[in-house]
Write a protein that binds this ligand. Structure first.
Ligand code: SF4
Ligand code: SF4
Length: 327
């Protein structure tokens, strides 16, 4: 009862704040739209939302949700969807083909959160943030689990590691969450105090910690840049890919501020992995076969759960079919 009330209250609170985003955006546009006649009007919240990148994200997420809820998701669909997301939002914009120019992951999800904290909420950031939060609220982590290209490549590698029978280590959620929060606190501290900074055009620019550990930079290729600059940009993604063979989604659990934010929101998601209480023999098959630290808490019925990326491994591992996506 307490759990249901908690979720319902959280849901309404979250919906209210989510609805306030477009209202804020409209207000911002109105106050900022007093420019001269010859000036081109800035795109509105809705126009941003209608861009191919966001539209396709919403379509992919809707398709995933249908497959999850109808229990039709299988490894073939999974690989196909994850490859499409990796290509569309990670690779395509770098190919120099005009058709794909609108799919660039710029601003990246990490920049969407961090640059907003550093420089204020611009409209592109607000739209992206609204899409991420909306998909996470519908759940189960529809953005992180299926759309994000850094998440998708880690998920594909974890599937490959399973096929290659590479033994993966499950890190304790308490440890990964502590590291993820500490990095975020360090970022806030450095941003707000500007103890480490550069000066650009007479303006103090505080150091943004995530700029040095942002795996999304690996999806921003610069053909003109020096090899060493590209390597520095690629390093977080390369390390993420290597570590993903040995532990599940290292960047998401250990570093990503969007993962941290989404972990809070997913607690009140409309749909997520649920367990039927009856008939559980406590055989632990789901916990053993799953790569994440979430299943153990789901089985226990904990109110607060570690990140679940709706990978479907646990729902397929219970011989009694007690775990499923639903409400
Ligand atoms: S936690 Fe970050 S990197 Fe992982 S899937 Fe979500 S946005 Fe992508
Ligand atoms: S194994 Fe289950 S709980 Fe863990 S991420 Fe996959 S779907 Fe979520």
């Amino acid at each position: 009862m307490l759990k249901r009330n908690f979720r319902r209250f959280g849901l309404w609170l979250f919906l209210a704040s989510l609805l306030s985003l477009p209202v804020l955006a409209l207000a911002q546009e109105r106050t900022g739209s007093g420019g001269g006649q010859g000036r081109q009007a800035a795109p509105t919240f809705l126009q941003f939302l209608m861009r191919p990148k966001f539209l396709t994200m919403l379509i992919i997420a809707a398709l995933v949700l249908i497959l999850l809820l109808s229990r039709k998701m299988n490894d073939r669909f999974k690989v196909l969807i994850l490859l499409v997301s990796t290509f569309l939002y990670g690779v395509s914009a770098n190919l120099g083909i005009k058709f794909f120019s609108g799919f660039s992951m710029h601003p990246s999800p990490v920049c969407t959160v961090t640059k907003s904290i550093l420089y204020g909420f611009g409209l592109p950031m607000m739209v992206f943030l609204a899409v991420i939060l909306f998909l996470t609220l519908i759940g189960p982590k529809l953005f992180c689990g299926w759309v994000c290209p850094v998440g998708a490549i880690q998920e594909l590698i974890s599937m490959l590691a399973d096929k290659l029978k590479i033994k993966r280590h499950k890190l304790s959620f308490r440890l990964t969450q502590t590291i993820r929060i500490l990095i975020f606190i360090a970022f806030i501290f450095l941003s707000w105090t500007a103890v480490i900074h550069t000066v650009s055009n007479g303006r103090v620019v505080p150091l943004s910690l995530y700029d040095y550990i942002n795996a999304f930079h690996g999806y921003e290729w610069s053909w003109a840049a020096a090899l060493i600059d590209n390597l520095i940009n690629f390093l977080p993604l390369i390390l993420t890919i290597i570590f993903a063979f040995f532990t599940y989604r290292p960047f998401c659990y250990l570093v990503c501020p969007v993962g941290l934010m989404a972990n809070v929101v997913e607690q009140i998601a409309l749909f997520r992995v649920i367990k039927k209480k009856d008939n559980c023999t406590d055989c632990q098959a789901c916990i053993i076969k799953s790569p994440c630290p979430a299943v153990a808490e789901i089985v226990k019925g904990s109110v607060l759960r570690p990140d679940c990326f709706s990978c479907t491994r646990c729902t397929g591992s219970c011989s009694r079919g007690l775990l499923r996506f639903g409400r």
